[in-house]
Design a protein around this ligand. Structure first.
Ligand code: PLP
Length: 392
């Protein structure tokens, strides 16, 4: 779980809490993901998972481009990875953001609604520029496809994308002499799907695209089937089956000759390269149950609170104890790991089995490379921020 390099740094850190990222591990992982995919499948990284410049730079050699979902992400990623293709997605794009994206020459716009399409057309016409569009469609999914989803963005009422029946209404804005060019269809319908479920969803999107071509007499050369590849926080040694997914996409692409396929994972690319490292301040018992109070908490690592899970961790024992009283600790007892916030929601792991945990021991939370620091409410209670360490 913990790479040797990350463990060594976690033990040596002078100040805690800290985020430690193993960029060599990220490079190897991204290389393997790219190698598992057929050449016809373009790999975009969803920057929202973790936009740290060091991670973007490590990913850049392995990805076709980046998916950004705000003007802020767009400016940031353009600055860190100039010249790399960007796809601009996300709901509620403002006129200012669309203008920024047009001025930046963003390669693809993932349009979420008819109104947004009109805004984009007006902005593009005003600037005398063209824009390449993928319509985001919220396709219905069957129970089998949605079965294992951790988070469903589509396949049911949601703020994301267009209803399939509404696509026809948008076409007059996309055909003829206007500034918008319809390049294809985008869908990101769920997250936390295993390879078989992802392939079923991808097939659904691709088949719907082919039907739409026939129904509307269109050419839709591109289909983006989104991200959402599962990261299993309960079984942190497990990995999304990229080999099976790549094989399935190869077969799917063969059934859709001439079409470019694109995926845009975030979590399953960067989750594994990061650890949140901290130490145990206190161990106490409350009504018979042991609690370990850690330095830091969910204001640094919101993932367990956001996903309502026990976050996986490794204990790094430290033998030094200089106080003249007994060292607080537990042995062979499930213990709840909490942070320093004054809320019962500041829980990182609940009743986690540990052989031993003592005040002063260190703890490294795994799978903290994605949707971790950047989704956390940093300022609550004004504790100091963690330090950040990027290991090459
Ligand atoms: C449109 C879109 N694409 C890609 C992603 C990345 O998803 P994940 O990080 O689960 O792979 C998201 C996440 O919310 C998204 O909204």
């Amino acid at each position: 779980m913990l790479t040797a390099r990350a463990a060594e740094r976690a033990r040596a850190l002078d100040e805690l809490p800290a985020y430690v990222y193993d960029l060599t591990a990220l490079d190897a992982h991204a290389r393997a993901v790219r190698a598992a995919l057929p050449p016809r499948v373009e790999l975009y990284y969803a920057a929202k998972a973790n936009p740290a410049p060091e991670l973007l730079a490590a990913l850049a050699p392995h990805v076709t481009g980046f998916e950004v979902s705000s003007g802020g992400e767009l400016t940031h990623v353009r600055g860190v990875a100039p010249g790399r293709p960007l796809a601009f997605g996300g709901p509620g794009k403002t006129e200012a953001e669309l203008g920024l994206a047009l001025a930046a020459g963003v390669e693809r716009f993932h349009v979420e609604s008819e109104h947004e399409l009109r805004l984009l057309a007006a902005e593009a016409a005003a600037r005398g520029t063209a824009a390449d569009v993928l319509l985001r469609v919220n396709l219905p999914l069957g129970a089998a496809e949605l079965g294992g989803a951790a988070l469903a963005m589509g396949g049911r009422p949601s703020p994301f994308g267009l209803d399939p029946d509404h696509v026809g209404d948008c076409l007059p804005l996309l055909t003829g002499d206007g500034p918008l060019r319809l390049r294809g269809i985008h869908a990101h319908l769920a997250s936390g799907l295993d390879a078989a479920a992802q392939l079923a969803v991808a097939a659904r999107i691709a088949d719907w695209t082919r039907d739409a071509e026939a129904r509307y007499g269109l050419d839709l050369p591109e289909v983006c089937v989104g991200g959402g590849m599962a990261v299993d926080y309960g079984r942190p040694a497990e990995r999304f089956d990229w080999a099976a997914y790549g094989d399935g996409l190869r077969a799917l692409a063969a059934r859709h000759p001439g079409r470019t396929f694109r995926i845009e994972p975030g979590r399953a690319l960067t989750a594994y390269c990061g650890w949140y490292v901290t130490d145990v301040l206190d161990i106490k018992h409350s009504h018979g149950e042991p609690f370990a109070v850690l330095r830091g908490g969910t204001h640094h690592l919101r993932t367990p609170a956001a996903k309502a899970h026990s976050h996986p961790f490794t204990v790094l024992p430290r033998e030094t104890w200089s106080r003249p009283w007994p060292r607080p600790g537990v042995r062979d007892t499930p213990v709840t790991l909490v942070g320093q916030l004054c809320t019962p929601k500041d829980v990182l792991a609940t009743r986690a089995p540990v052989p031993e945990l003592r005040a002063g021991d260190r703890v490294a939370f795994a799978l903290a490379g994605a949707y971790a620091w950047n989704i956390s409410h940093h300022d609550f209670l004004m504790h100091p921020p963690p330090s950040f360490h990027y290991l090459n």
